[in-house]
Design a protein around this ligand. Structure first.
Ligand code: PMP
Ligand code: GLN
Length: 385
């Protein structure tokens, strides 16, 4: 019998699905897969519901509804001072996942090299490989997940087509500093490369930090495609509404991929996200402040149980190094044991690496109600008295 695509067949089921199903089986508290457990902003939900009942429910324009595209451009101006032409420089996708896929398929020719920072979100590499791209890795190391000029020298070459930058970075919870972004910019200009910027956590940055889109650095405006996600910005991860912003010459090939991937995205959700992106500043600052408080609650709880907790500057996540528990197995095994024996689900960080993976780092998601975070800590305390 002939078999399926060799690249895709070489992958197992994604770690998020595996751990969520395992969590259900054990009746565990799921701090694995990254999703909030509250209802999301009521006014954004109401906008979707109104649009569903009274609005257009047929195919919207392939590039997205004008209201959402205008809102994406307005958001870029309001938060980053970027002048974006909504008609030629924005596109709506079915989640950031589709945006990433469309960007990679739209830009990569077989043999092009692609620079990827590890740890990396799990969909990047399979799509780079499907497109025929050749991955070149920069491995970031805990606890500070930093990189050096020498790391970039080793990864970039005249064959580099693009670099994929996830900032803030899942699962490391790192926010790239301006000097780090400037170093990436220097290499992009030197090797004439593009960047796909996965900035889905752009509003989830803590402790007064500012998110800096790579696109805003000198010389990079027309070299970057910036990806956002309503799932993260409105705590509605099931909605799968994403958006891409970039210069027309970059967006056009990406739109060619999008038209054959999903073509379009539910119009009522687009209308609601357009409304949401126009919300007052207090919504966006409140979102970050609320998550920062949850981060502190979970991090303190984990420390009190004896976990070695790494800094978290953004995202939904905090990483803990469990080496001090003296466990013999690796992080995958630790997480499996944790679900079964403590009733708490986490994600092994090695799942975000293909080489040089740390063996004792696990990721917890803190975008949960306080009582859920507290209950998880109670369970962990019972397991690690
Ligand atoms: N990129 C990163 C880094 C993520 O963590 C996620 C989370 N799901 C996505 C992309 C996908 O976002 P979406 O749900 O909008 O497809
Ligand atoms: N981004 C989410 C996480 O990192 C998961 C998304 C998914 O399940 N594919 O947990």
């Amino acid at each position: 019998m002939k078999s399926g695509n060799a690249i895709l067949s070489s992958y197992g089921t994604t770690i998020f699905e595996v751990m969520s199903r395992l969590s259900e089986e054990h009746g565990a508290i799921n701090l694995g897969q990254g999703f909030p457990d509250d209802g999301g902003p009521a006014d954004v939900l109401a906008a979707a519901s109104d649009a569903l009942l009274t609005g257009w429910n047929q195919y919207p324009s392939m590039m997205g509804t004008p209201d959402l595209r205008q809102a994406v451009a307005g958001h870029a101006k309001r938060f980053y001072g970027l002048d974006v032409d909504w008609k030629t420089e924005t596109m709506v996708t079915s989640g950031a996942t589709e945006a990433l896929t469309a960007c990679l398929l739209g830009l990569i020719n077989p043999g092009d090299e692609v620079v990827l920072f590890q740890p990396m979100y799990d969909s990047y590499l399979p799509i780079v490989r499907l497109a025929g791209g050749v991955p070149r890795f920069v491995s970031l190391k805990a606890p500070d997940w930093s990189f050096t000029r020498a790391d970039l020298e080793a990864a970039f070459s005249p064959k580099t087509k693009l670099v994929l930058v996830n900032d803030p970075l899942n699962p490391a919870a790192k926010v790239f500093s301006r000097p780090e972004l400037e170093l990436i910019a220097e290499f992009m200009l030197r090797f004439d490369t593009l960047a796909v910027c996965d900035e889905v956590y752009e509003h989830l940055v803590f402790d007064g930090r500012a998110h800096i889109p790579l696109m805003t650095l000198p010389g990079l405006r027309d070299r970057c495609l910036k990806i956002g996600s309503a799932g993260k910005t409105f705590s509605l991860t099931g909605w799968k509404v994403g958006y891409v912003t970039g210069a027309p010459h970059l967006l056009q090939p990406v739109a060619k991929a999008h038209q054959f991937l999903t073509f379009t995205t539910p119009p009522n959700l687009q209308t609601a996200v357009a409304y949401g992106l126009g919300k007052e500043d207090a919504y966006f600052t409140g979102l970050a402040a609320g998550l920062q408080a949850k981060r502190d609650r979970l991090a303190e709880g984990l420390r009190s149980v004896g976990f070695d907790v790494l800094p978290s500057a953004g995202t939904y996540f905090v990483v803990a190094d469990v080496a001090r528990f003296g466990f013999e197995g690796d992080d995958q095994e630790f997480c499996r044991r944790l679900v079964a024996e403590a009733g708490v689900t986490a994600i092994p960080v090695s799942a975000f690496f293909v080489e040089n993976a740390p063996r004792s780092c696990i990721r917890f998601c803190f975008s949960k109600r306080e009582e859920v975070l507290d209950a998880a800590i109670d369970r962990l305390r019972r397991r690690f008295p």
